[in-house]
Design a protein around this ligand. Structure first.
Ligand code: B3K
Ligand code: ZN
Length: 873
């Protein structure tokens, strides 16, 4: 199939002024009547056809102004409804379709999950419900009427406000009518019908409007929604305070669903969530889950303004809502928790998920120019790199300039479907800044490498920074241009303070931000009386790879003394990376001991946030190292180096870390999900990891004791990972105890699956296959598949990349098996092949063969899976 191109964008010849939907809900036979008020767009030809999208639809009838059309007056296929020349300029189009939601395994459109009707329409699911202009630039107010059996589906929810409800006399049915006055595109449509419990809170917006907040869950799960509600209230307040944005309906409903392809969906006034991002209690949710719930609840809520009130003109502009909304949720969590800790976590995620994408065959610009399957573009590049671009705009314009630009964007484009150009123009006009060069970040794919060389001249009292940038070719983009890169920096003196300078030549510097905007620049700082160590890219001010000529001793200095906590963490990572890569090549660097001692100092430094200490003590992951090495990668050598360094740290610091571990033990047994209590748990669990890795019998005993005495999921899970992955005494017993405790809770069992699927020891693939026969596993539930197959392929470097290719073959077979039922899920797990070209030759050959076997299987492939397989090859 030919790709869809950004440059081909055309508005529709007709507008839809009003949408009236009437659903008669039945699991196997649902009927939908859609009444559209259609008007020809000004300037469109009177002869223009109206051509609506469908997907797998069954048409039962079509009327214009209540008169049925004769067969020759339209053409209909499951994918399209076309009326060649509607006679009037404005008319009412009525379309009847019927569906079988129980057979909808793709989880797009209207489907049933654990007996509850729900919908997922983004990106192109609405066309699986009725024929429509299923594209984001066609906006209309919607009214939705639902009728269903009252006993089975007592709760009926739609977008907007409830306007009417009641029993259908003489039947066992009831109905509800919801009206959403805010014009929206079809991808934001939703309905839910089911037998659900809920919790409620009353909220008053800053200007005094009352809003009812409800979270719907399965009966019995009510108390597990409290944290999500708490997060929602805090998000609503934050958006008023930080962005001046208020909520705009009488009610805000959130529903947790157990079968869901992604995290959650921001449907207007009716957010639908994967229950993983709603349900939490200390026994089943880890601190990471609590933080994840807080950020996803906030993210979906923030979409109300960035995505819903202002939506995207077309799907090429996806980052307009996603990158911006990720930026907003990151800022929210940074304000609610520790800013540096949040920044480190976000950068870890960017580097783990986006950098490999940008450096491999699936690389694409933050605003792509073509796609075959839009579902494959809900990527880390659109989301996470998209958020980095917004962050850079803020860095370039400053806090006030950024807010002025955002205000102008909301003022200008409220109620519209906008583009990246509209967004950027708002910042330019609000602040008088020229952002033309910056726009290149949206169209040029790939991660730039910035190289920095510092030389100090004591005589001249100058520090010279020679900076250069380079971006490697990516698919369809052989030539790259220099970008504008904001580099936040400081020149750190021996006492840890930043030194001042009298003047600077060779680059624009605003406060502590230097602009690199050419391929090469030589920047000279004058009036510097002692040799400083440059701390570059503080707060990770641009999504680049930084290479510098700083020595390991300089990095160790920054690790201990930099005033920017992000760069202290980064320096520790840089040192650890060098040590680990050397070890993977069989050599030990002499700085290892100083590094380990520096880790020990950070571990005990009570001036630092505990969560920060936990992060600083974390070694770069095996995947991080593979990315740093970049070519001819041998995951086994990396895995061994990692194990060895962890053991060396555990041995050198054993007594010290053990005392600290004991000292940090909780004083009382009450569980507090807040950031500071979570920080203590994170640090303690990190220390336990080193005690376990030390090989000391006492350390091993502590792990089992930690597991047995845990009163929360974070501690229980951390210990279980160590027991299983290091094959420690008590492992089998602990796995069985965890299973017995949590066997009826799917979300907790997902963790049990993932622990085992990510075990680096040989034999894990056989275990993965066994786990898929476990009673708690299901091939049709995306969370289950991701927790076993996804975890193995994306989270088990050594065994997925087993040199015999067995991991690759397993992924190929599994993809084919899932593809027939749920293409989005299949294509998503297939992404684990994206870095195959950086492996050593033997593994490359095996991975390539497995990828080919998908295309050559003879099975009819979805556009999703075919697109990923073809692009990977
Ligand atoms: N906007 C949705 C993602 C929809 C994905 C469709 N394949 C969730 C989010 O980003 O908030
Ligand atoms: Zn989003």
């Amino acid at each position: 199939a030919a790709p869809i191109l950004l440059k081909d964008y055309q508005p529709t010849p007709y507008l839809i002024e009003k949408v009236d939907l009437d659903f008669r809900l039945n699991p196997t036979h649902t009927t939908v009547r859609s009444k559209l008020t259609v008007r020809r767009r000004e300037g469109a030809a009177a002869t223009a056809a109206i051509e609506l999208d469908g997907d797998d639809l069954k048409l039962d009838g079509v009327c214009v102004d209540d008169i049925p059309l004769a067969e020759e007056e339209y053409t209909a296929t499951p994918d399209r409804l076309m009326i060649p020349a509607p006679a009037a300029e404005r008319f009412e189009l009525t379309i009847d379709t019927s569906l079988d939601p129980s057979k909808n395994t793709q989880l797009m459109g209207l489907y049933v999950s654990s007996g509850t009707f729900c919908t997922q329409c983004e990106a192109e699911g609405f066309r699986r419900i009725t024929y429509f202009y299923d594209r984001p630039d066609v906006l209309a107010p919607y009214t939705t009427r639902m009728t269903a059996n009252k006993k089975a589906y007592p709760v009926l929810l739609g977008n907007g406000n409830l306007v009417e409800s009641g029993d259908v006399t003489g039947t066992d049915e009831h109905y509800a009518v919801w009206h959403d006055p805010h014009p929206k595109p079809s991808y934001l449509f939703a309905l839910v019908a089911g037998n659900l419990a809920h919790i409620s809170t009353d909220y008053t917006t800053s200007s005094g409007s009352p809003v009812k907040l409800n979270i719907y869950v399965e009966h019995g799960n009510e108390t597990r929604a409290d944290w999500a509600m708490d997060s929602l209230v805090r998000s609503m307040r934050w958006d008023e305070q930080v962005f001046g944005r208020e909520y705009d309906l009488d009610v805000f409903n959130v529903v947790a669903i157990s079968d869901f392809n992604m995290g959650a969906m921001e449907n207007k006034g009716l957010n639908i969530f994967n229950d993983k991002y709603i349900l939490a209690d200390p026994d089943t949710a880890s601190d990471a889950d609590y933080a994840g719930i807080e950020s996803v609840v906030a993210h979906e809520y923030f979409h109300n303004w960035t995505g819903n009130r202002i939506t995207c003109r077309d799907w090429f502009q996806l980052c307009l809502k996603e990158g911006l909304t990720v930026f907003r949720d990151q800022e929210f969590s940074a304000d609610e928790r520790s800013r540096p800790v949040k920044r480190i976590a976000d950068v870890q995620r960017l580097k783990a998920a986006q950098f490999p994408e940008d450096g491999g065959p699936l690389a694409h610009p933050v605003r792509p120019e073509q796609y075959k399957e839009i579902n494959n573009f809900y990527t880390a590049t659109i989301y996470e790199k998209g958020a980095e671009l917004v962050r850079m705009i803020k860095t370039l314009l400053g806090e006030r300039g950024f807010r002025k630009g955002m205000d102008l964007y909301f003022e200008r484009h409220d109620g519209e479907a906008a583009t990246i150009e509209d967004f950027i123009k708002s910042f330019e006009d609000a602040t008088g800044t020229d952002l033309r060069h910056f726009m290149l970040w949206y169209s040029q794919a790939g991660t730039p490498t910035v190289t920095a060389e510092a030389t100090y001249d004591a005589q001249a009292q100058t520090l010279t920074l020679t900076l250069s940038q380079e971006t490697r070719p990516t698919p369809n983009q052989p030539q790259k241009k220099p970008l504008v890169i904001p580099i936040r920096f400081g020149l750190v003196a021996a006492n840890g303070k930043d030194v001042g300078y009298s003047k600077v030549e060779g680059a624009t510097v605003n406060a502590d931000v230097l602009l690199l905007n050419e391929a090469q620049q030589t920047v000279v700082f004058h009036g510097i009386s002692e040799k400083p160590v440059p701390s570059l890219l503080r707060e990770f001010s641009a999504p680049v790879n930084l290479r510098s000529n700083l020595s390991l001793d300089d990095q160790l200095f920054l690790m201990g003394r930099d005033s920017d906590p992000f760069n202290r963490w980064q320096a520790a990572q840089t040192v650890a990376t060098r040590l680990l890569i050397s070890r993977s090549r069989g050599e030990n660097l002499p700085q290892e001991a100083s590094f380990i001692d520096a880790l020990g100092e950070i571990a005990a430094d009570t001036c630092l946030d505990t969560a920060f200490r936990a992060l600083a003590l974390q070694l770069p992951s095996e995947a991080d190292l593979a990315r740093e090495i970049g070519e001819n990668v041998d995951p086994d050598a990396i895995g061994r180096a990692h194990e060895d360094l962890r053991a060396a740290i555990g041995q050198r610091l054993y007594g010290y870390l053990r005392d600290l571990y004991v000292e940090l033990a909780p004083k009382d047994s009450r569980f507090d999900p807040g950031a500071s209590a979570a920080g203590v748990r994170a640090l303690r669990n990190r220390l336990l990891g080193y005690l376990a890795a030390s090989g000391e019998a006492e350390g091993h005993g502590l792990v089992k004791a930690h597991f047995d005495s845990a009163n929360n999921m974070t501690d229980r899970l951390s210990a279980l990972v160590l027991l299983d992955h290091l094959n420690l005494p008590g492992k089998t017993e602990a796995l069985a105890a965890f299973e017995a405790r949590h066997k009826t809770d799917h979300l907790a069992m997902d963790k049990w699956f993932t622990v085992q699927a990510t075990c680096p020891a040989p034999g894990t693939l056989a275990r993965v296959k066994e786990l898929t026969n476990h009673p708690a596993f299901s091939w049709t539930n995306p969370n289950r598949v991701r927790s076993v197959v996804g975890a193995f392929c994306a989270g088990n470097q050594r065994q997925f990349n087993a040199p015999d290719g067995s991991g690759y073959d397993y992924l190929a077979e599994t993809t084919l098996q899932i593809d027939g039922k749920n293409p989005q899920l299949a294509a998503r797990i297939l992404n684990s092949f994206r870095s195959w070209r950086s492996l050593e030759a033997g593994r490359q050959e095996k991975a390539k063969a497995a990828l080919k076997s998908i295309l050559d299987s003879g099975q009819e492939l979805s556009t999703d899976t075919k697109d990923i397989a073809e692009r990977c090859l």
